[in-house]
Write a protein of this length. Structure first.
Length: 97
């Protein structure tokens, strides 16, 4: 069983930092309740609070696919799109060393 680990990064539109933080807080609460979620942690850069990074870790690919299928994920992405540059996040998938 291989964990599925990734981080998402995006930049909040100026003036939308609090709206993004509130949205992430509510979404993170739901994601952390998923049986296969190990970690969901959101951060912003100290030097530029508009830049946001979300670290996610799932027990395995099945847990990650269940996360993707959760209906609140689409709702989150639709709400996030108008609040961030480019309308979404960039995902980077990680593997253990």
């Amino acid at each position: 069983m291989t964990k599925r680990v990734l981080y998402a990064e995006f930049t909040a539109i100026a003036g939308q930092e609090q709206a993004v933080a509130d949205l992430l807080r509510a979404y993170g609460e739901r994601v952390r309740l998923e049986p296969g979620n190990i970690t969901f942690a959101a951060f912003s850069k100290e030097a530029d609070g508009r830049q946001v990074f979300v670290f996610e870790e799932y027990a395995d690919e099945e847990a990650f696919q269940a996360h993707l299928a959760a209906p609140y994920g689409q709702t989150f992405n639709e709400a996030l799109a108008p609040l961030v540059d480019g309308g979404g996040s960039t995902l980077t998938f990680l593997r253990p060393q």
